[in-house]
Design a protein around this ligand. Structure first.
Ligand code: PMP
Ligand code: GLN
Length: 379
């Protein structure tokens, strides 16, 4: 038979699926793939049950139901003083993943250069390959995961169409400093490129609060802000995400969305619209619980002898391996011998080999799960 699409034929299984499968096969505690092992808030699930019973079961409008877009818009205003018109500056997508796919497809022509900070989330690279972009990685260097401004400047040319930033950052837990974003802003204005800002961990921050890229001077018009409710409500399976940006960008992103999925699960949108409009109290508890989980895992791993960074955001913590160890073999040993699964971070790199010296643990797990993992690791 004739060969299939020659880009897709080279795609490998995502590292998250691989490690979760290995965890199940080895009956290991799964601190690899990023998802909670506990349910989302029952009051939000009750809202979805009600929406299902109220007959919200046919296609939703392709842009997303208006009350959800209004709730997203109101939260940008409320938490960040950012204005997004719910009528033409927000499109609801199947999680942030679909928003990323639609935005990259809508913006990038074959041969356009796209700058991505590595380590990066795996779906960016797949979407960029499909769009036939030239991917230009810029490394966030260990141990502080700052980019080198000279390296960034050298990576940008008149062909740069887009820069992708993930803030708070998976897998490092970094929050970009204002200074770093201002440097990016200067380059974006000078070289006239767009910014895709993946902010799915916007509410998972600890000592510092999140600042959206679009709220920096002069960046609002050229930034597409992507987020989702998967992490914030611990409901990763609902896949309610969105892109926000100027009306021309959102129209183009919607053009892709209408022919990839058309719309997003209707009853879940109804529930999320109400949840997003009433989340102040919930957010306080959410942040407190995750801060406890972070401290439990980080201090436990340190006691077990790991050199671990304290993440500023996300639900991931990175451990630096002893000299001579490499991430893939270390994760294999950890699963087999200690029955704990983590992610080898080389999977997030294209250019640098720094990833082979680290592994990522997820702390979006019940305290008992984290404690059992720490016991297995020798505590
Ligand atoms: N971006 C980043 C950085 C992520 O870690 C994830 C994973 N959950 C996503 C996007 C995808 O988000 P969603 O589940 O809403 O598609
Ligand atoms: N974002 C999650 C992580 O980083 C995984 C999402 C997925 O499995 N695609 O682990």
């Amino acid at each position: 038979m004739k060969p299939l699409n020659n880009i897709v034929s080279h795609f490998k299984e995502s590292i998250f699926s691989t490690m979760t499968k290995l965890a199940v096969e080895n009956q290991a505690i799964n601190l690899s793939q990023g998802f909670p092992d506990f349910d989302g808030p029952s009051w939000v699930i009750d809202l979805a049950t009600k929406a299902l019973q109220d007959g919200k079961n046919q296609y939703a409008p392709s842009f997303g139901i208006l009350p959800l877009r209004e709730a997203i818009s109101a939260n940008y205003k409320r938490y960040y003083q950012l204005d997004y018109n719910p009528h033409d500056e927000i499109v609801v997508t199947n999680g942030a993943t679909e928003a990323l796919y639609c935005a990259i497809t809508a913006l990038v022509n074959p041969g356009d250069e796209v700058v991505v900070f590595e380590p990066f989330y795996d779906s960016y690279y797949a979407c960029l390959l499909l769009a036939q972009a030239k991917v230009v990685p810029v490394t966030l260097k260990i141990p502080h995961f700052k980019f080198d401004l000279e390296e960034l400047k050298k990576s940008i040319s008149s062909k740069t169409k887009l820069l992708i930033i993930n803030n708070p950052h998976n897998p490092t837990g970094k929050i970009f400093s204002n200074h770093e974003i201002e440097e990016i802003a200067k380059l974006a204005n000078e070289f006239d490129f767009y910014i895709l800002s993946d902010e799915v961990y916007e509410f998972l921050t600890f000592e510092k609060n999140h600042t959206p890229t679009a709220s920096f001077h002069s960046l609002k018009d050229r930034t597409i802000t992507i987020s989702s409710t998967g992490k914030t409500f611990g409901l990763t399976g609902w896949k309610i995400g969105w892109a926000a940006g100027n009306p021309q960008l959102i129209k183009a992103i919607h053009n892709v969305h209408q022919f990839s999925t058309f719309c997003v699960a209707h009853p879940l949108q109804v529930a999320m619209a109400q949840a997003l409009a009433n989340m102040d109290q919930y957010l306080l508890e959410f942040k407190r619980d995750y801060l406890n989980k972070r401290d439990l895992l980080v201090s436990g791993l340190r006691k077990a002898g790991f050199n671990v960074q304290n993440p500023e955001g996300t639900y991931f913590a990175l451990a630096f391996l002893p000299d001579g160890e490499s991430d893939i073999e270390f994760c294999q040993k950890l699963i087999k011998d200690k029955k704990v699964a983590a992610i080898p971070t080389s999977a997030f790199y294209l250019k640098s080999n720094e990833g082979s010296s680290m592994i990522r643990f997820c702390f979006a797990k019940k305290n008992e799960t984290l404690q059992s993992a720490l016991n297995n690791l020798g505590l």
